[in-house]
Write a protein that binds this ligand. Structure first.
Ligand code: FAD
Length: 284
């Protein structure tokens, strides 16, 4: 049985784990490591100290699919709809440019529930606060080192974090619910994000709050405020000539995937997970 490590418990990693389980049932032991304290990645849902009161999606807010993807990814959408994770979004999204035939979906329990659904289907051994710092080739396997110290070996490794974070890795990576109250998420523009990227969140939060107050002067005092800085948010240009994935090494397999190899949305992650599955099935 091959031991496969998937680094990243975001949508791409969790879907890849789920597909591996379904397609290679007894041939793989799937392990997922994420440096964060929970799953979701850029589809994370924040819960305040009292989780029964309200929640907020910090990254992705809703899912839009084109007619072509609605057809080719039909099984994923129908699975999520029938399990109640997704619901059609029937209201108008202010400012959204509606494209012909596109459909919008929302998540009653937060975007993170999409990721959690696939993780639970995968049956993977899931470890949080496992920050990968380096990958080293050891014959036919990979030694994977963690920030907290220690390492483990795997027969194949799948990296699903944003490319700038893949490039920070050391080693041989190859420089070759009910009763919830309302929450309000304020997204800044890309130029604003770039301008303030290196500043402390504590310094930027008041600027955002001041602007918000101008827009919504009657807004009640919030119970809690969380300022989230996405250093790596959405992909502007995908990695060229690597549709869905990049195979860094065939043996032992090292595959990079995620939205950087497709595009930054649900369907982009599905595309990447499917193409990594094809590579792993061929090589394991
Ligand atoms: C502000 C914002 C709004 C968005 N809005 C939408 C939207 O409305 N609709 C939509 O469909 N998409 C939206 N997107 C895009 C969508 O969120 C992403 O395309 C998708 O979540 C990417 O998933 P992923 O699994 O590829 O990567 P990620 O979600 O980034 O997952 C990578 C995981 O790897 C972990 N990780 C990173 N480095 C390490 C390491 N060294 N060791 C261990 N773990 C590591 C991270 O903690 C993370 O959990 C939005 C994104 C942002 C940031």
């Amino acid at each position: 049985m091959s031991r496969v490590l998937i680094v990243g418990a975001g949508l791409t990693g969790s879907l890849c784990a789920c597909l591996l389980r379904r397609e290679m049932q007894n041939k793989v032991q799937i392990v997922v490591w994420d440096k964060a304290r929970g799953s979701g990645g850029r589809m994370s849902t924040s819960r305040p100290p009292d989780p029964s009161s309200h929640s907020a999606d910090l990254g992705a807010q809703y899912i839009t699919t084109t007619p072509a993807y609605a057809q080719s990814h039909h099984s994923f959408y129908s699975e999520l709809l029938s399990s109640g994770v997704l619901q059609p979004l029937d209201c108008l999204v202010e400012g959204l440019k509606q494209r012909d035939g596109s459909r919008d979906y929302m998540t009653p329990l937060g975007m993170c529930s999409v990721v959690k659904h696939f993780l639970s289907e995968s049956g993977a051994d899931l470890f949080f606060e496992h920050h990968v710092t380096g990958l080293y080739r050891r014959g036919a396997s990979w030694e994977v080192r963690r920030k907290a110290g220690g390492s483990e070996t795997f027969d194949a490794v799948v990296l699903t974090m944003p490319v700038p974070q893949i490039l920070q890795l050391q080693g041989d990576v190859g420089h070759n619910a009910p009763g919830r109250g309302p929450s309000l998420v304020v997204h800044t523009s890309v130029p604003f994000g770039l301008k303030h990227l290196e500043e402390d969140k504590e310094d930027v939060q008041p600027i955002i709050l001041q602007e918000l107050h101008k827009l919504l002067p009657g807004l009640p005092q919030p119970i809690s405020i969380k300022c989230q800085k996405w250093r790596y948010s959405q992909v502007l240009t995908s990695v060229p000539d690597c549709p869905g994935q990049m195979t860094v090494l065939d043996c032992p397999p090292l595959v990079c995937g995620g939205d950087a190899f497709s595009h930054s949305n649900f369907d982009g992650c599905v595309e990447s997970a499917l193409s990594m599955l094809r590579v792993l099935k061929a090589s394991l």
